[in-house]
Each structure stands twice: as C-alpha cells, then as structure tokens.
Design a protein around this ligand. Sequence first.
Ligand code: GTP
Ligand code: MG
Length: 302
Amino acid sequence: MSKTHTSVPLCYPDNFEWDTEKGILVKKRRKRGKLVVCNDALEILRSIDGPICPIAVTGPARCGKSYIASQLIEPRPFDCVFQTSSKMQPQTMGIWMNTDVFKKTLRKGVEVTVVIMDTEGLGAYDAYSQDDLQLFSLMSLLSSVLVYNSRGSMTGEDIKKLSWVGTLGNVIHGGTDGKTTKSQAKDFIRFFPNFMWLLRDVSMTFSVTRGDKEIEVDVKEYIFEEVLKMEEETGDSIDRIREYNSHRKALLRSFPVFDAVKLSTPSIDGDVLANMDKGENRKSLSQTFLGRLILSSIVWCF
Ligand SMILES: Nc1nc2c(ncn2[C@@H]2O[C@H](COP(=O)(O)OP(=O)(O)OP(=O)(O)O)[C@@H](O)[C@H]2O)c(=O)[nH]1
Ligand SMILES: [Mg+2]
C-alpha cells in the first residue's frame, strides 16, 4: 500500500475495483452486488494489538459525513482525509477507515485503538434500499460508537432508517421461526454501539410543553420528548401511526446509550462550504460552528 494514503476502503461495492497504488476506487461497468473486503484495510486492523474502538459515521447521502469523520481523527488532520465533494453525486462508496489509527484512553481507563469509519450515504438516488440496509447493518455491528449524521430537521425517514437496528436481532439470531426471544434480544443489545445523532446546519432552538409551560430543552431531550414520543394509535391515519410507533420502539430499545448534538451551519457562503475540506479554509468558517466542533467531547462523552 502506498504510504501517502490517509484513508482506505474497508469494504466497497463489487462494481468498483481498488487501485492500491493510486488510492482510488475505479468504477467498472457491472451491476452492483455484494461488498468486497479490502486487504489494505485488513492489514492495518491485523497490526493492532489490544482493544479497538471503531467509530462509524453514517446517515443520509451528501450531508457532510466525510467532513465530520475527518474531524474525529486525533490529532486533527489539516485537510480532510476522507474524500469530500461539493457535487450532487454521492461521493463515498462502501466503508472507509483512516490509515493513521490512534490511541485513546476511555473514561473507564481502558486504552483503545480508535478507528474512524466513514460510510456511503443512505438513500442516494442511485442506490437500492437493500444496499442501505446492508451497509447500515454492517456499521451497527462493526462500531462501538455510531454517529448518525443528518442535515436540517429530523424526519420520519431518519427514524425509519434508524429503526432498522431493531430488526438486526432477527437477522442474526433468527431462530427457526426467524424471531428473536426477549433474552436473546437483551444479549444482543450488549454488542450494539452507543449512539450519537449529530444534527447539522441546525440553528433553531428546541422546546417542549411540560404541564402548561413551554420549556426550552436541549436536542436530546427534544428527541426523547417529541420525536420518539409514542402517538396514540387512533384516528384516520392509524396505520401510519402504528408504523411510526413501531420504528420508535425499535430505536429506543436498541442502543445502550442514546445521545444527540447539533451543529450550526459552518458558513452562509456557498464557496466556503464547497471547500471546507482544505485546512487553509478553516479560518473562513463560522466561529460558532468551530466552537461547537470540539467533537472529541461529543463522541468521547461515553
Ligand atoms: N451546509 C453544510 N455543508 C457542509 C457541512 N460540512 C461539510 N459540508 C460540505 O458539504 C459537501 C458534502 O460533504 P461530504 O462530507 O462529502 O458529504 P457526505 O455526507 O460524506 O456525502 P456522501 O459521501 O456523498 O454521502 C462538501 O462540499 C462539504 O464541504 C456542514 O456542516 N454544512
Ligand atoms: Mg462521504
């Protein structure tokens, strides 16, 4: 593997081929099928001694995942090491990891080697939902911390995607009837990652009604009290409510730790946004954004 690579694919769709010399994925004229594991990444993983803490950034396509995944690396690289793009087309394919893995001591005093994983966006216009499910399942099973990155306000589609994690128990344990017992599900959750919902480009405040008062709350409280609140299953749209409630339940029971954080827009200037991957442009980003971009404290609160 060339020494200049700063990130390599851990796995990539089989309609691409990895050019190890150039450090790029080359698209081939064939239909997308399974994911292929990349030896360059395996080499790095095999060379690590002791516990590994994989942190994965997932979420909808084109929402700044590769940018934020690059910011999670310590020491923070000058330029983004995960390829970003300002074009409309989805950029990241498969799952990528940084080549310069680093050590970190967790709150409990355990020293781990951190591997940051950047993933293909969910819901790209040219992807199939089975590709999304495949990637999301893999990320949920591989990571210790799963960062779900979305832009703007939270949508029903986000909740639906996240609730996939609730079905993983069935996929993996699947007894003869394909169902998971309660004790199996409990066991299974032990292996699920801690979860962080990272909301991008959000500057609005959040409030909930408690008693007869409207109270300003943080984003995590808002998610629990508003977004994930069970709706009464009555009325004309009962099927839709039932479906949403089941997604909410799946989500709430799946992750051992659930947290959320918001980041405001880095700039109102389109040119600045398009060139954020270059360290030299950091000075043009909003101070509010940079101030909150102390991501080590976002992710390492676990
Ligand atoms: N508005 C806005 N743009 C951002 C932000 N962070 C990064 N960008 C820009 O958004 C564009 C897309 O960023 P990427 O990091 O490539 O997005 P992605 O989610 O990895 O995209 P895919 O890999 O295609 O799913 C780039 O031009 C970034 O510079 C942000 O917080 N807000
Ligand atoms: Mg990307």
